[in-house]
Design a protein around this ligand. Structure first.
Ligand code: DAH
Length: 375
């Protein structure tokens, strides 16, 4: 506080004070300032500065009052100034002392401002990868280990890539299953567009771009006009696989799938395949795995029917097959020189099986209580 501010640098006459009654307001103002200063002295160094401001021998506020107000005061004022000064001094000294004691013992007010290093810090929640992402990664790692690489493709496709080039002509009945979401396009658009119904179009896009040998997997989202229930969703996930080379046999195919299934479910499972049909593979198969929950017996540990395979001992996994030679015709590969296999794995289904999830909808609801179970 400057002398100017607290008026203690000037004799009382200069302040226009001539009568004892006029002193009260002056001292009350000083006391108010002292109290405000006192509240700011929260540690030893600020307390010392505060003490010197008020009690400093030469230029402390009280010394100035003595020098500038008391000593030159007129006889009428002297008594009153002396009395008020004594009262103020008593207040100042006792408050300065109790502030010192408070700082020393670290009571309330000062504790509030101290840093307590033992308090826990601010915890910022870190997100984790969604279970579907984790399963993608698991499967990708398995295929990386045997020489496959990952490619990515568009979720909006043309009917050519989604159907025709996969040997599914316009009025082929399998299109019924994939009757899906078309985009509203302006009149005169060169081609209709739809949300891809499977990751298989990437077989075509990959072979268009690269000559054999091809060994790729394609993780991604696909869309179908399915009504949501515990096992269906209009958006879900697949991993496509494609291997094409000059000498790939059906044995390479089943061996690769068996390797993958054992890596994913554990070495004790068995695989089998059954004949199936897809327009872009010939022959086509459906792969099954022996039920990992009842060790392929169909009977639960409790003695009842296994609830996972419903007593069948086998669980249907995914479709696959040897690439149909007709498909090579769409990508300028010579079907007499190359052969290969393809597969399309439903990721949601595999994740549900492996992690015991009975409703596909939980993958899309983003309920953190579910997500936290798979950190
Ligand atoms: N695209 C098929 C579907 O979504 C799955 C599929 C089956 C993919 C056999 C393949 C395959 O590559 O060979 O139903």
């Amino acid at each position: 506080m400057s002398a100017q501010e607290n008026k203690t640098g000037l004799p009382l006459v200069h302040l226009g004070i001539t009568r004892p009654e006029e002193l009260s307001a002056l001292f009350a103002d000083l006391r108010g300032r002292f109290n405000a200063d006192c509240a700011c002295a929260l540690d030893e160094s600020s307390w010392k500065q505060f003490r010197d401001t008020w009690l400093g021998r030469k230029s402390g506020v009280l010394a100035q009052i003595t020098d500038n107000w008391l000593k030159p005061a007129t006889p009428e004022l002297k008594r009153a100034v002396g009395q008020q000064l004594n009262e103020l001094r008593a207040h100042v000294e006792s408050q300065i002392e109790s502030r010192r004691a408070a700082i020393e013992t670290g009571t309330e007010e000062t504790a509030r401002d101290r840093v307590d290093l033992s308090l826990p810090g601010v915890i910022r929640p870190v997100g984790s990868r969604h279970l579907v992402r984790q399963v993608f990664q698991e499967i990708e790692d398995i295929f990386f280990s045997i020489g496959f690489s990952v490619v990515d493709g568009p979720e909006i496709e043309t009917p050519y890539y989604n159907f025709e080039a996969l040997n599914i002509p316009e009025f082929h009945p399998v299109r019924d299953d994939m009757d899906t979401f078309y985009l509203d396009l302006p009149k005169g658009a060169p081609t209709p567009l739809l949300l891809r119904t499977h990751t298989s179009p990437m077989q075509i896009r990959t072979m268009e771009k690269q000559k054999p040998p091809v060994r790729v997997i394609v993780p991604g989202k696909v869309y179908r006009r399915d009504n949501p229930d515990a096992t269906h969703s209009f958006a879900f996930h697949q991993i496509e696989g494609l291997a094409v080379d000059t000498d790939i046999t059906f044995c390479d195919f089943t061996g690769t799938i068996e390797y993958f299934v054992k890596q994913f479910f554990g070495p004790s499972v068995k695989t089998r395949f059954r004949p199936s049909y897809f327009p872009f593979t010939e022959p086509s198969v459906e792969f099954d795995v022996s039920c990992p929950f009842c060790a392929g017996t169909g009977t639960a540990a409790s003695g009842g029917t296994c609830s996972k395979c419903k007593g069948a001992a086998w669980i249907e996994l995914f479709g696959a097959g040897m690439v149909d030679p007709a498909v090579y015709g769409f990508v300028n590969y010579d079907p007499k020189k190359v052969s290969g296999f393809a597969f399309g794995i439903g990721i949601d289904r595999l994740a549900m099986l492996k992690y015991g999830i009975d409703d596909i909808q939980v993958f899309f609801q983003n309920d953190v209580r579910f997500l936290r179970q798979f950190p």
